[in-house]
Design a protein around this ligand. Structure first.
Ligand SMILES: [Zn+2]
Length: 83
């Protein structure tokens, strides 16, 4: 049994839960999200947890890399979908 990958089935379930919570809307640019992005990067001690993850599209997730995300407090991505 390999435990080398941190992005197994557990990560997939978490990522999907984050995407559903955020309505599949990228928290950075408002496009369709397919990934989950860490608010505090794992390299800086961030956890794989719902409250440390936001929905993100692939370009934004790749672009951001290791920088710390400033969370917009009170922002609800569902507002975007009802515009
Ligand atoms: Zn984006």
């Amino acid at each position: 049994m390999s435990v080398h990958s941190s992005k197994g089935a557990k990560w997939d379930a978490l990522r999907l839960a984050v995407l559903e919570r955020d309505n599949y809307i990228c928290m950075h640019c408002g496009n369709e999200a397919t990934e989950a992005d860490h608010i505090i990067p794992k390299s800086k001690g961030g956890k794989d947890a719902m409250d440390n993850l936001v929905a993100s599209c692939k370009p934004c997730n790749a672009k951001r890399g290791d920088t710390l995300l400033t969370r917009v407090s009170g922002f609800n991505p569902r507002w975007l979908s009802s515009l």
